[in-house]
Design a protein around this ligand. Structure first.
Ligand SMILES: NC(=O)c1ccc[n+]([C@@H]2O[C@H](COP(=O)([O-])OP(=O)(O)OC[C@H]3O[C@@H](n4cnc5c(N)ncnc54)[C@H](O)[C@@H]3O)[C@@H](O)[C@H]2O)c1
Ligand SMILES: O=C(O)CC[C@@H](O)C(=O)O
Length: 312
């Protein structure tokens, strides 16, 4: 009997896909190339993806043999989970794999918005010594608003407390133990914006959170707000954010994620005060290893019998 086909649609550590190749027919495609994905998926029993591959109804309809979609990462906004469930396809993500990496990048972006480290370095490399051009602000004593106190939000809150920042949060499902652990104070969304010097976004992208930070919310912002988004594009309205920055109502923004990636037509590209990174929150060796390993384990569990163990 031929081995089940495992289709790897986004880059994963090569030693992990090599392990799978011992037992399965591992094939590769570029999942962000729709034609390639639709051509390859009909044979697949398992589909391994990261965030760049969209697994929607069209893909599921084209994949009659598919039994599992394994997402090597946290966010499931690129997978139609309800349609997969209707088709009897297991969807497994790796919910703890990269949260430390994302939290660490977030803290780095918070610091980079307060202290212009990279522009100052570029200036010195260019032969200048302009100390007065690179004045920043202290984080200690200022307030950070954490939008979404889940796994990443909690890690970020704890790390920013160590900078002596006051931590506020808005999260309709916030747990008391998370508030206790972080010392965060829960407030309404409007209050979060009115009081925060830094707003950091850690909610998933869903129908309920798309455009959660838009023109109205940014009109509430404390003057000089600095915003960090390492969660998902689409949660913060890029046009409203660009407008607030252009009008000087906000001091800066750091974005790891964009509504369309790459963000070739984003109004934020090229704006002063905007730091942009190419969705690298999970881009560490440790996070990629953990996420890939969890995804591979899910594939094995489904293809060799039994659903994945969510606690594994
Ligand atoms: N940049 C990256 O590479 C990267 C990597 C990992 C995760 N992420 C993103 O980060 C997101 C958060 O990850 P997580 O592990 O912390 O998820 P999580 O599920 O642990 O936490 C999300 C939190 O958001 C809260 N929330 C939901 N709707 C809300 C709303 N309307 N207002 C306020 N809070 C709301 C939830 O109650 C929950 O506490 C993921 O969904 C993913 O999109 C990005
Ligand atoms: O594909 C990636 O590495 C990004 C993953 C990240 O956004 C996540 O949600 O885990």
């Amino acid at each position: 009997m031929p081995s089940p086909v495992v289709l790897v649609a986004d880059p994963l550590p090569a030693h992990l896909t090599a392990e799978l190749a011992a037992d399965f027919d591992v094939r590769h495609c570029t999942g962000s190339d729709r034609a390639q994905l639709l051509a390859a998926v009909p044979e697949a029993s398992a589909l391994l993806v990261r965030s760049a591959t969209r697994v929607d109804l069209e893909v599921l309809d084209a994949a009659p043999r598919l039994r599992v979609v394994a997402r090597a990462g946290v966010g499931l906004d690129n997978v139609d989970v309800a349609a997969a469930a209707r088709a009897g396809v297991v969807v497994a993500n790796a919910p703890y794999s990269n949260v430390v990496s994302v939290a660490e990048l977030t803290v780095g972006l918070v610091v980079a918005l307060a202290r212009p480290i990279l522009p100052a370095s570029e200036s010195v490399h260019a032969g200048h010594w302009r100390r007065a051009d690179f004045q920043g602000v202290e984080l200690a004593g200022s307030t950070v608003g954490v939008l979404g106190l889940g796994k990443v939000g909690e890690l970020v809150a704890g790390r920013l407390r160590a900078f002596d920042m006051r931590v506020l949060t808005h999260d309709p499902h916030v747990r008391d133990d998370a508030l206790e652990r972080t010392g965060a104070q829960a407030v309404a969304l409007e209050e979060l914006l009115r009081q925060s010097d830094v707003l950091t976004v850690h909610v998933p992208l869903t129908d309920a959170t798309r455009g959660l930070i838009g023109e109205r919310e940014l009109s509430w912002a404390k003057p000089g707000l600095r915003l960090v988004n390492t969660a998902r594009g689409g949660i913060v309205d890029e046009f409203a954010l660009a407008q607030a920055l252009k009008e000087g109502r906000m001091a800066g923004a750091a974005l790891d994620v964009f509504e369309f990636e790459p963000p070739l037509s984003s109004p934020l590209l090229g704006l002063p005060g905007v730091i942009a990174t190419p969705h690298i929150g999970a881009g560490t060796a440790q996070a990629q290893e953990r996420a890939g390993r969890e995804a591979v384990r899910a594939v094995r569990q489904v293809l060799t019998g039994g659903a994945p163990d969510p606690a594994a």
